[in-house]
Design a protein around this ligand. Structure first.
Ligand code: GLC
Length: 477
């Protein structure tokens, strides 16, 4: 055992070094594009939307702490149980079902504010790792409509269904976040033994019946998501450590969690066949498990250094946390707009997360950011939506590019105001028919320069934009 641990440690260390040596660990293993024509079509539509809204909401909001992870015995830097002994803490956490009562919950104003901000799809946590279900599942009482929940008789008790209905009315694509690991299920974390880490706490070869029950439970729950909440576009599966052994690569080992001696194969072929039978064309994102069930990739809390040649989405929080934490600091609208531009220029989508409060509201700071982002999107959205990566994603730190799908328009984003001249080294003046700044619309003059072209910026133009200025170039083709 010691030898094995030692080998694993060495592998983990080697993996970490390898990850550091490679600039884009995501690209090391080939992306597998979908083959189903309906999925291909939906994925292309999804890529056009660019900007999505994510919500993490569940019992952790009631406590105002990190989402689920405080339940995990692994020593995580963010998990502060304030000295409460583990078993006591677990009991206290799970008993929040008796207190979580979001009486102010109304998804209509959320959908309105989020649409006005320019977002076009939504991903909501139907179940996080703690196992608490935000829809009316028949598979467990640990749900928002369960007998212990004070919210069970509220007309909006089936929270996930209500959220999806409100956003669907606004034309959004609908994404169900679902955690494969379930720390409340006795067939994942069996109460017979201690729960030392994030993984299931028994050898599935010794207790195949228990693992089979867990697989059935998972498949049944996902079937409910696909049949009882209306049309669904994306199945967003989190908890990448639940994966077949054959997918455990150096990249996975470099994450540093203890990989168990047994396989946690949840049977994705069965799940996806069932799910696409119910929701034809469904996009499936089995996060971080590279292969046939990861229709797009999902870097978390960061923007990749370079453009990526396959569909991808950065999920990122508006504060420092996924769930609601009282007093959290919100990122500025400017920072969020700059992330959006950087991501879209690199060929990705941006999934921006807010955690609703335990009463069922979004904080005023969140609405303020949404309004400010919306004002920017209203002016500059045509350079974001339905665009694709240009020859290069940018020029240094200050310039980003996108192009229209037909290649007839090149959009140039200035992350800082360039002064009176905007030098573009990668654009030849001979290709250019017309240049305007969005928010202004008057044709701008340009010149050839030794190193490309220069757009001349008259005084007073700067004030017509904010945060990031977009120059739209019509190309002569
Ligand atoms: C991670 C975390 C989880 C969070 C998710 C969001 O995988 O486990 O807590 O929900 O990322 O992307």
């Amino acid at each position: 055992m010691k030898k094995l641990t030692c080998t694993l440690f060495l592998l983990a260390t080697a993996g970490a070094l390898f990850a550091q040596a490679q600039e884009h660990p995501d690209t090391r293993q080939a992306y597998m594009p979908p083959t189903d024509p309906l999925v291909i079509e939906k994925l292309d539509q999804w890529r056009d939307l660019k900007f999505g809204f994510m919500m993490h909401w569940g019992l952790y909001a009631q406590l105002g702490i990190v989402e689920s992870w405080a339940l995990c015995s692994e020593d995580q830097p963010f998990q502060d149980r304030k000295g409460v002994p583990y078993t006591e803490f677990k009991e206290m956490y799970f008993s929040q079902i008796e207190h979580f009562n979001p009486v102010d919950f109304d998804p209509e104003p959320w959908a309105q504010a989020v649409q006005d901000a320019g977002m076009r799809y939504v991903v909501f946590t139907t179940k996080h790792h703690d196992g608490f279900c935000m829809w009316d599942t028949k598979e467990t009482d640990f749900r928002i409509t369960g007998p212990a929940s004070p919210f069970r008789d509220n007309p909006r008790a089936n929270i996930a269904k209500e959220i999806f209905a409100a956003f669907r009315k606004k034309g959004f694509m609908i994404g169900t976040y679902f955690s494969k690991p379930d720390w409340h299920s006795p067939d994942y974390w069996s109460p017979l033994w201690a729960t030392p880490d994030r993984c299931n706490n028994y050898d599935v070869c010794k207790y195949p019946g228990m693992w089979q029950r867990f697989k059935d439970f998972t498949c049944n729950q996902i079937e409910e998501l696909m049949t009882t909440l209306g049309p669904v576009d994306i199945l967003w599966l989190d908890g990448g450590w639940v994966r077949p052994d054959s997918t455990i690569t150096d990249e996975v080992r470099s994450w540093g969690y203890r990989i168990p001696d047994w396989e946690q194969d949840i049977d994705m072929p069965r799940i996806v066949t069932m799910a696409r039978g119910r929701q034809p064309g469904l996009i499936v994102v089995n996060r971080s498990v590279h292969g046939p069930y990861e229709d797009y990739r999902t870097p978390e809390q960061h923007v990749p250094a370079d453009g990526l040649p396959y569909p991808w989405e950065t999920c990122m929080t508006m504060t420092a946390n996924w769930g609601y934490v009282p007093g959290a600091r919100y990122k500025s609208a400017e920072q969020i707009v700059k992330h959006l531009v950087d991501i879209v220029a690199k060929g990705g989508n941006y999934l921006l997360n807010i955690g609703p409060t335990p009463r069922g509201t979004l904080e005023p700071a969140a609405y303020q950011r949404l309004r400010e982002i919306g004002a920017w999107m209203k002016v500059n959205g045509s350079a974001i939506y339905a665009t694709r990566m240009w020859n290069t994603y940018g020029q240094g730190e200050a310039i980003r590019f996108t192009r229209s799908k037909d290649g007839g328009t090149l959009n140039v984003f200035a992350m800082e105001w360039p002064g009176s001249r905007l030098l573009l080294t990668d654009v030849q003046p001979g290709q250019v028919k017309k240049v305007v700044m969005l928010g202004d619309g008057n044709p701008l003059q340009w010149d050839a320069s030794e190193r490309g072209m220069v757009i001349l910026l008259p005084g007073g133009l700067r004030e017509k934009g904010r945060h990031v200025w977009t120059f739209q170039i019509t190309l002569d083709r």
